[in-house]
Ligand binder design. Structure first.
Ligand code: PRT
Ligand code: ZN
Length: 304
């Protein structure tokens, strides 16, 4: 049987969430035996644990069929791999930052200046788009020290919490790209066996990803207040309404909410007369996709 190869980051900011996503899909990856290559027992899948910089190339060239990589890397390198889905972890952004003490307000203010970056292609694109003539200083790491060393006026680098910028007396002035982990696949045509395995894995991943976004809400309310209550449930469709034993005008409402349920939502529900409100996590979801799910955007049914 032809085995699907998936490239994952060996260790770093992508690896833990990538592995736990696969684990939630029922794949057990035993990394202790062989750090670089893992055979999955449950499905015909092999995992290659490599550096994040190599993942796109491995998938683009067809050595691996699938991979999980940061959108920042995908956008920077022109490889012929395709996005299957955004995975909702490893969030960060590619931003322009300048010394705190400078007066620069945006990219346009950096005309004729020098910007240090490890993302020359994306920076070049942004400069061209805005008609800014800046010099790009290509660095492989420690970009944040460039202004202090007086070798650049600004930097274009990955920001997550912003702590690195603050520690280096830098100020973020413009976001060029919002990034998260992406599931990518090779553009090459795969054999039927591999396609079937990928489809099975994909169905499980979808079930896991949808469940992560969703919550199950149960509450009691007066029958007359039902329309108000339903309006307040975030991203819920056709809730289940059940009679309450021994009560004529009270009902129980059960609903799957497809959006985050915040304390504010619960407070509003309480104001609308809801009581006994329970919010439960959902572990897996199968066959309950909404029409407008984002998956459809990248999902090409002929090849996945
Ligand atoms: O060893 P290997 O080459 O595999 O890993 P790496 O060290 O090159 O990559 P790694 O693990 O740091 O990042 C992998 C991916 O995680 C990136 O490609 C991004 O898609 C994503 N990611 C999420 C981040 C960050 N958050 C992040 N904070 N990548 C890098 N950073 C760095 C950034 O470069 C800067 O130095 O963290 C610093 C900024 O962080 P804050 O929180 O101080 O703003
Ligand atoms: Zn790297």
């Amino acid at each position: 049987m032809e085995r699907v190869r998936i490239a994952l980051q060996k260790s770093g900011r992508l690896s833990e969430d990538s592995l736990s996503l696969l684990k939630n899909c029922g794949l057990h990856i035993d990394r202790s035996k062989d750090q670089l290559f893992c055979r999955v027992k449950e499905l015909p899948i092999d995992i290659l644990m490599i550096r994040d910089d190599d993942i796109l190339g491995f998938v683009g060239s067809g050595i691996c069929d699938l991979g999980i990589v940061g959108e920042n890397v995908f956008a920077e390198k022109q490889e012929s791999a395709r996005i299957v889905e955004r995975l909702g972890f490893s969030f960060c952004r590619l931003s322009i930052a300048v010394p705190e003490s400078s007066t620069y307000q945006n990219l346009k203010d950096l005309d004729e200046k020098t910007i240090a970056t490890s993302y020359p292609a994306l920076l070049q694109k942004a400069l061209l788009k805005q008609g800014v003539k800046a010099k790009i200083l290509d660095m492989t790491g420690s970009v944040e020290v460039a202004p202090r060393l007086k070798i650049a006026d600004a930097i274009c680098d990955i920001v997550a919490s912003g702590a690195t910028l603050t520690a280096n007396n830098l100020r973020e002035i413009e976001v060029l790209l919002e990034s998260e982990a992406l599931l990518i696949r090779s553009s090459k045509k795969l054999c039927e066996e591999k396609e079937k395995t990928i489809q099975r894995l994909w169905n499980r991943m979808r079930g896991t990803l949808q469940a992560t976004d969703s919550k199950y809400i149960m509450l009691h309310a007066e029958k007359a207040r039902l329309p108000d209550i339903v309006r307040l449930l975030p991203g819920a469709e056709s809730p289940t309404v059940l009679p309450l034993q021994g009560s004529e005008d009270e009902i129980a409402v059960h609903a799957v909410c497809r959006e985050a349920v915040f304390w504010e939502t619960l407070e509003k529900l309480e104001e609308a007369g809801a009581s006994a409100i329970l919010v439960l996590p959902i572990e897996k979801m199968m066959n309950c996709e909404r029409k407008e799910r984002k998956y459809e955007r990248y999902f090409e049914p002929c090849s996945l």
